[in-house]
Design a protein around this ligand. Structure first.
Ligand code: NDP
Length: 292
C-alpha cells in the first residue's frame, strides 16, 4: 500500500482543455479573444523558459499572447510606461510581469502599477487584500492550483488541519488564506517554527513551499495525509541534475494518502491556473459571468 500519486500534469491538461472550450465559446458567441501580456525584463534562463511555456500554452488555449522582452538595464520608468500602455489596451485582459526583476527595480511598485482587474498573478496589493478579507479576488496561480488538486482529492476541506510550510507572499501566505476560506484549521510554519516535525505530523493537509530539497521526511507525515509539494530544487544526480521537491518523496509515499510528485505535480497546474485567471479577467472585463 502507498499513497495515490496526484497527477498534476493530467489535471492541468484537463483545466487547459476546459479553458480552451470557454475561449472558443467566447469567440463564437461574443467575438472576444482573451489576451495575456507577459513582460520579461532581462535574460534569466529559468524565467526565459517559463515565459516561453506561458506563451505556447496561451496560444494553444486559443488566446492571444503578447510577449514583451526588455533588456536588463531598462529604466523602471520605461517598464511602468509599458504597464500603463497594457492597462489601457482593451485587447489585453491579463498582465504578468515575470519575477524576479533586476535589482534596480522596485518589484512592489511595478506590481502595484498593474490594473488589479488585469493582475492575473494576484500579487497586486488590492487582490491580496480582497483574498484576505474573503472577497472576489484574482488568486495567485500556484496556490490556486494546489487548492484545485486538494478539492478534487478531498472534496469538502472544512475542519481539516492544514499546515503550510513557507510564508512567502506568492505561495505560503495566499495558500493559507485559501485554506482558511475553505474552513480548514490553518497553521503557517516557517524558518523560526519550533519543532516543525511535530507541527507537520498534525497535518491532514501538508503543503510544503520552502525550496529546500527533501527537507520533509516521511516520518513527519501523518498517515493518510494529503501532501502537496510546491518546492522545486535542482540537485546533482551522478553527472546529471534533477528536480526534487521539499518532501522526501520515497519515504513519504508509503505513509501519505496522496502526494504530488516533483516534477509533474504543482508545476503544470500553475500555468493552467494562469490561463484560467486570464479567462476570468476577460469575462469580468466584458460583463460576462466567469466560469467556476
Ligand atoms: P521563498 O524563498 O520566498 O520562501 C520560502 C519560505 O520557506 C520562507 O517563508 C521561509 O521562512 C521558509 N523556510 C526556509 N527554510 C525553512 C526551514 N528550514 N523550515 C521551515 N521553513 C523554512 O520561496 P517561494 O515561496 O517563492 O517558493 C518556495 C518553493 O516553491 C521554491 O522551491 C520555489 O521554486 C517553488 N515554487 C514552485 C512553483 C511552482 O509552480 N511549482 C511556483 C512558485 C514557487 P522565513 O519566512 O522564516 O524565511
Amino acid at each position: 500500500m502507498g499513497a495515490d500519486i496526484i497527477d498534476g500534469k493530467g489535471f492541468a491538461a484537463r483545466v487547459r482543455a476546459e479553458v480552451a472550450g470557454h475561449v472558443a465559446r467566447l469567440k463564437s458567441d461574443h467575438d472576444i479573444t482573451p489576451g495575456l501580456a507577459v513582460v520579461l525584463v532581462g535574460a534569466d534562463p529559468a524565467s526565459e523558459v517559463y515565459v516561453r511555456n506561458k506563451g505556447i500554452q496561451t496560444r494553444e488555449a486559443g488566446m492571444n499572447s503578447h510577449e514583451h522582452r526588455l533588456p536588463s538595464d531598462t529604466p523602471e520608468a520605461d517598464l511602468l510606461a509599458l504597464i500603463a500602455q497594457l492597462n489601457a489596451d482593451p485587447g489585453v485582459h491579463g498582465i504578468l510581469v515575470q519575477l524576479p526583476l533586476p535589482a534596480h527595480m522596485d518589484a512592489e511598485a511595478v506590481i502595484n502599477a498593474i490594473d488589479p482587474a488585469k493582475d492575473v498573478d494576484g500579487f497586486h496589493i488590492l487582490n491580496v487584500g480582497l483574498l484576505g478579507t474573503g472577497q472576489k479576488a484574482m488568486v495567485p496561480c500556484t496556490p490556486l492550483g494546489c487548492l484545485m488538486m486538494l478539492r478534487d482529492r478531498l472534496g469538502d476541506l472544512s475542519g481539516l488541519n492544514a499546515v503550510v510550510v513557507g510564508r512567502s507572499n506568492i505561495v505560503g501566505k495566499p495558500m493559507a488564506q485559501l485554506l482558511l476560506r475553505e474552513s480548514c484549521t490553518v497553521t503557517v510554519a516557517h524558518s523560526r517554527t519550533r519543532d516543525l516535525a511535530a507541527v507537520c505530523r498534525g497535518a491532514d493537509i501538508l503543503v510544503a513551499a520552502v525550496g529546500r530539497p527533501r527537507m520533509i521526511p516521511g516520518d513527519w507525515v501523518k498517515p493518510g495525509a494529503t501532501v502537496i509539494d510546491v518546492g522545486i530544487s535542482r540537485i546533482a544526480d551522478g553527472d546529471r541534475t534533477r528536480l526534487v521537491g521539499d518532501v522526501d518523496f520515497d519515504s513519504a509515499l508509503p505513509v501519505a494518502g496522496a502526494i504530488t510528485p516533483v516534477p509533474g505535480g504543482v508545476g503544470p497546474m500553475t500555468i493552467a491556473c494562469l490561463l484560467a485567471n486570464t479567462l476570468t479577467a476577460c469575462c469580468r472585463a466584458n460583463g460576462l459571468e466567469a466560469p467556476e
